[in-house]
Design a protein around this ligand. Structure first.
Ligand code: IMP
Ligand code: MG
Length: 183
């Protein structure tokens, strides 16, 4: 285990198994579409999206959306969409992927924005869901794991941009969850 973690919440193997199951479920649901347009919210969803889409068996179009929604432990209420998409969504079946559904502000805002581009359909998939923390009404169509309210890092999730590269998802040691390492 990484020395900065107090415990592992989801192991590398559990992530791998869940990704396989989710990709099968999603491929089945979209088996009749001509193609699926995947929008990954980065940086957080980078690892999850890349593992997931490699297992899809329909034609896939892919783009990323850079959203800044988390300054520290507290989510921002007004997530900022930093860039715009480079591909057209009009008439396409769109699946938006994020790392974690927390207060829900990010996914709500992103879905509102994507809907304006008039996709044929719009669904969402998140790796983690912290149900207790929800502030706005939004649910994901596909969820990897529902977790309790603890601050987690790894497999894309960061604290001050660190730990995204960890292969598992873990709870950061309490003494490290303070501002010093955070720029
Ligand atoms: P929401 O807008 O509150 O739903 O927050 C979503 C974003 O907050 C995610 O995409 C993450 O970037 C970040 N976030 C929420 N909880 C955690 C966590 O436990 N660890 C790391 N990032 C988190
Ligand atoms: Mg994020």
């Amino acid at each position: 285990m990484h020395r900065d973690l107090q415990r592992i919440m989801v192991s590398e193997e559990a992530i791998r198994e869940r990704v396989v199951a989710l990709s099968k479920e999603i491929s089945k649901d979209y088996r009749k579409v001509e193609s699926l347009t995947v929008i990954a919210i980065v940086n957080g969803a980078l690892m999850f999206a890349s593992d997931l889409i490699r297992r899809f068996n329909m034609p896939v179009r892919f783009d990323t959306l850079h959203v800044s929604s988390h300054n520290d432990r507290e989510s921002r209420r007004d997530p900022e969409i930093i860039d715009s998409l480079r591909i057209s969504l009009r008439g396409h079946d769109v699946l938006v992927i994020d790392d974690i559904l927390d207060t829900g502000n990010t996914l709500l805002r992103v879905k509102e924005m994507l809907r304006k581009a008039e996709p044929a359909s719009l669904k969402s998939c998140v790796l983690l869901d912290k149900k207790e923390r929800r502030e706005v009404e939004v649910e994901a169509d596909y969820v990897g794991f529902t977790i309790e309210d603890e601050f987690v890092v790894g497999y894309g999730l960061d604290f001050g941009e660190f730990y995204r590269n960890l292969p598992c998802i873990g709870v950061l040691k309490a003494e490290l969850q303070n501002p010093p390492i955070f720029q």
